[in-house]
Design a protein around this ligand. Structure first.
Ligand code: ADP
Ligand code: MG
Length: 168
């Protein structure tokens, strides 16, 4: 990590803007357009109910090639998807009250470096989660939303540098 963590603040005036951000993120987690990059990455999504965490994940999974129904994991804790050799894990820890469950739930082994892990309400999982490459804070902003992206790794820093905020 360089001494300065890149932070990117975006305005997402409507749902389409959230979906465009998700599509850009999908290309980055897949490593598209970068011969050095291997697929994989970890994204944490925070923000009040209704700020668009699931909307963003759903659009990212769709852009990454997931077909069929994409359910919110708010009751199941985890929904997973497989596209060719790639594994996607979408967690929602909103209802996860006991951080000790984490140790027993057997999820830790899912965190392979080539997996794509998308976590809503990471703060509800206690301190056991490995750090994300990217942390996205969503908030209400009038009729739209705002997003604050913060890198948690060098990979996340590269993602933030290559995101082009101008079309959003
Ligand atoms: N940028 C945006 N501007 C306005 N509305 C949005 C935006 N992004 C998503 N929405 C809407 O806000 C709601 C977000 O719901 P959801 O994605 O389930 O939120 P969360 O998972 O954060 O609780 C949806 O009704 C969606 O259509
Ligand atoms: Mg949600």
């Amino acid at each position: 990590m360089s001494p300065v963590d890149p932070i990117l603040e975006l305005s997402l005036p409507n749902e389409e803007a959230t979906e465009r951000l998700a599509q850009n993120l999908a290309a980055l987690v897949l490593g598209n357009g970068d011969t050095q990059a291997k697929p994989g990455g970890r994204i944490h999504l925070s923000g009040e109910l209704g700020t668009g965490k699931t909307t963003l994940v759903r659009a990212l999974l769709r852009a990454a090639g997931v077909t069929g129904r994409i359910k919110s994991p708010s009751y199941t804790l985890l929904e997973s998807y497989n596209v060719s050799s790639l594994y996607f894990y979408h967690f929602d820890f909103y209802r996860f009250s006991d951080a000790h469950e984490w140790r027993d739930a057997g999820f830790a082994e899912l965190f392979d470096e080539h997996a794509i892990v998308l976590i809503e309400w990471p703060e509800q999982a206690g301190t056991r989660l490995p750090p994300p490459d990217l942390d996205i804070q969503l908030a209400y902003a009038g009729a739209g939303r705002s997003a604050r992206l913060r890198a948690g790794s060098e990979k996340g820093q590269r993602w933030i540098r290559s995101l082009n905020p101008s079309p959003l």
